[in-house]
Design a binder for this molecule. Structure first.
Ligand SMILES: NC(=O)c1ccc[n+]([C@@H]2O[C@H](COP(=O)([O-])OP(=O)(O)OC[C@H]3O[C@@H](n4cnc5c(N)ncnc54)[C@H](O)[C@@H]3O)[C@@H](O)[C@H]2O)c1
Length: 247
């Protein structure tokens, strides 16, 4: 496929590499602040199958307007604009365009969420087994817990009958049986480790996801666009793509 890359920052460059690895070609690169094309045009859209966007939150709505107007199939990894989701959805659906967004395009992370959900369910008949988790990220990370930790912890709550409450802070008391403790550690250059432990007196089972860098997100966005090209129209979340692929 021929793909327009919108936003040529850290992720845009990874997308370029991922496209190359999968044998696709780059139709154009749009990023006025990175010495690339200053805007997306109808001529570019005509020559492309779709666009992959990793730009900045305050540009996401104007970009979506453009995709709707040009009926350009779009995979959008840009985060931080989700308050405007209903507006973007209406715009895309009205135009009969195809749009897929998500805050985590890593296929490995989604496989991890599914494995954790299954494991949390499997231990329901066995009260001997408790469940907990932790995550490690580099010293530059500003937020905690990570978005991936939040999703992981929520998957456990959805699937495990004994856990009802999330506890991300330090615990200076005995933990309650219905609390799920998920800790965050910061330091070094770790791109991201998420671990879930299922523990009993007899043994420990560990489910772990270790990111090596940004390539996982970029490759996932390329696979998501391949999937979206088979849809005529629609407003999709990355889970639609993952769940259909896993089914
Ligand atoms: N969904 C995921 O899996 C995933 C993974 C990693 C990052 N992200 C998100 O992707 C976004 C980009 O991340 P990054 O690390 O590449 O950031 P970055 O700051 O390195 O790159 C953003 C790029 O967007 C460009 N840009 C700004 N305005 C633009 C415009 N109007 N048109 C085109 N380009 C424009 C900037 O010049 C910059 O080069 C962020 O919102 C981040 O949270 C999502």
């Amino acid at each position: 496929m021929k793909v327009i890359i919108l936003g040529y920052g850290r992720m845009g460059r990874e997308v370029e590499a991922a496209l190359k690895l999968k044998g696709h070609s780059v139709a154009a690169i749009v990023d006025p602040f990175a010495g690339q094309e200053s805007e997306l045009t109808a001529e570019m859209a005509e020559k492309a199958d779709g666009v992959i966007e990793f730009s900045l939150p305050d540009t996401a709505i104007a970009n979506a307007e453009k995709y709707a107007e040009l009926k350009l199939k779009a995979v959008v990894g840009t985060t931080g604009w989700y308050d405007e989701l209903p507006k973007v959805r209406e715009m895309i659906e009205k135009a009969g365009a195809a749009y897929l967004y998500g805050s985590n395009f890593s296929i490995g992370a989604h496989l991890f969420f599914h494995l954790v959900g299954k494991a949390a369910k499997l231990i329901n008949p066995f009260p001997e087994y408790d469940i907990m988790g932790y995550e490690i990220h580099h010293k530059m990370k500003k937020d905690s817990p990570s978005g991936t930790a939040l999703t992981t912890a929520n998957r456990i709550l959805e699937n495990n009958q004994r856990k009802n409450t999330l506890l991300f802070d330090r615990c200076d008391r005995e933990i309650q049986p219905d609390e799920l403790h998920f800790a965050s550690i910061r330091g070094g250059a770790v791109p991201g480790v998420h671990k879930v432990l299922i523990d009993s007196v007899a043994d420990t089972i560990e489910i772990s996801h270790t990111a090596r860098g940004r390539m996982g997100f970029a490759m996932g966005s390329v696979l998501a666009l391949e999937w979206l090209l088979n849809k005529k129209t629609g407003f999709y979340n990355v889970d639609d793509f993952i769940n259909e692929s896993l089914a």
